[in-house]
Design a protein around this ligand. Sequence first.
Ligand code: SAM
Length: 258
Amino acid sequence: MNNQKALPPHHSLVETADGSYTLFSEAFQEACHSTTGARAETILHYIEGTKVQENILKFSPLVILEVGFGLGVGFLTTLEKLPSDRRWHFVSLELDADLLEWFLKNHQDHYFLKNLQWKDNNILEAENDFIKLTILQGDARKTLPAYLKNHPLKWHAIYQDAFSPKKNPILWTKEWFSLLKDSSHEDVILSTYSASSSIRKSLHLTGWGVQKGERFGPKRTSTRAVLAKATDPEILLQLERSPAQALSDLHINEILLK
Ligand SMILES: C[S@@+](CC[C@H](N)C(=O)[O-])C[C@H]1O[C@@H](n2cnc3c(N)ncnc32)[C@H](O)[C@@H]1O
């Protein structure tokens, strides 16, 4: 894993404090995970944060959406943590085709991932009797609505793991969270490492019930969001007092045009 020659273009490898690895993206000037631990963060925020281990006993298949496939830590950790005799469908969104080609090359001998192949121009897929993995390559703002037209899925769990709102604002807007809400099951749990007031406002204003998440590393808190409950009153008070603005596509276009 630490052979620099084998890395995807424009990325460098970073060892994190729990011994697992992440990638630093030159394009976004950010690492894919906290340096406190890529694996530990994934377990806390996504596996535990969205309760997939409990909910796979309720839903068949359990349908998971991951925003940002990255180097595949989210999928690989989910594969390790879910029981092998229950059905689940993991849909992930990834802009960078080189990252996906690198992932394919690195998992040619894996019992499940050796079957991962391009099904369409921009869809990578692998499936067995229990697990289905679908990766949509391209800008998630376009690939997800296009995919949903022919595959009307309802998410039980959402791993909202884009780069930070400052670096990757397009995946934290009200328009994005509305799309996620409209394609979610009523018992969905969305989980993310970010606790910024502007993303919490984007979630709240689009009908998500915003809840406090666990602390991890230097971050004191994180965010969970559901449709079954209203926003936590303490968070609502903080949001009302905060001058931060909810992110919207219009707002981002104004920033980009400046
Ligand atoms: C924080 S990393 C994801 C880490 C990943 N969940 C893992 O466990 O390895 C964010 C990913 O989002 C991708 N990304 C950024 N903008 C995107 C967009 N508009 N559409 C789809 N993917 C995007 C980046 O290329 C990057 O790989």
